[in-house]
Design a protein around this ligand. Sequence first.
Ligand code: CP3
Length: 340
Amino acid sequence: MIFVDACFGKKTPYTPVWMMRQAGRYLPEYMKVRDEAGDFLSLCKDPQKACEVTIQPVDILGVDAAILFSDILVVPLEMGMKLEFLKDEGPVFSKPILNYKDLDMLSVEESAKKLEYVYEAIRLIRAKLSKDKALIGFCGAPWTLATYMIEGKGTKTYAKVKKVLYSEPDFLHALLRKVTDALKLYMQNQIESGVNAIQIFDSWASALEESAFFEFSWSYMKELCDYLKARYPHIPIIMFPKGVSGFLDKIDGNFDVFGVDWSTPIELAKEKLGDKYVLQGNMEPTRLYSKEAIDIGVDKIVKVMKNRRHIFNLGHGILPDISVENAKYFVRLVQERTSI
Ligand code: CP3
């Protein structure tokens, strides 16, 4: 698999490419299956349909890897929280985790078992997906999940979770410990079910100052890597902490690929981390609105990364109103421009 080879820094005939959120609303084929399922969560819980939408972007766009169709929030859901996806608000947990009593209600072993629909989807996808295409499994970073669990929904200020961080750090650590333990089992089960690589999404890393990032987020992400690498050294791990361009000097750990978000100049990531890790990224996702903007965006990254250890991707997820034609154009352009 060219994708897995690239994750381990081996030479490949071209730079493999995929897009975060590649299975999603910009594809009419996705909307059809989601509407059949009823809603987003029902789609996540239906292995047949999750399999179908996972493979759609591989067939339609020709990307080099599929990413499991699911969501990072199914873990807190199956740990025992009530989750809804509301039309204008996005994900909402109606009863956030506020104290040790709430924390005690959350299950670890039980949640890993309840996520069986994810493992079944993985088995179906791996049986159906072409042998040369990788399947990427994923989870949210403990910090990003804990943020949702305490805030109850997306936030601009992170006021609730940061109040906890600075006034009750032991409580936050207890929550992070529990989530990390659940993620170890969940990732282990995803790997045993057949994923070829995993990505850990730390979307809210950008909310933290340096010392807090390393104490409350990165340490738990690293612990998860150590746990998985001790058992599955052949499965590449991609870390995607968003918004940490100021701390690249201090990034280290037992993983293979560093996902560069679009706000970090790729030259900077190359200088600081390019010798230690394969880099993934990082075209600004809204460049997909225009072919000219795609040409310029791809050209720049190719110039910096050509023949270097690199996986092409956007610097965050594709937006729902991007045209399929432009998404296809991007994928083909990367594959052509990087061919040896
Ligand atoms: O294609 C893929 O990348 C795989 C599937 C995937 C989804 N979510 C599907 C999804 C992945 C990897 C995620 C990760 C995820 N989910 C993250 C981390 C990545 C990031 O974007 O920073 C986060 C923070 C979430 C939480 C989440 N899920 C939010 C905030 C939302 C609402 C925002 C939105 O785009 O509507 C979701 C819903 C969601 N997850 C959708 C999809 C395709 C849209 C649901 C729909 O069909 O309406």
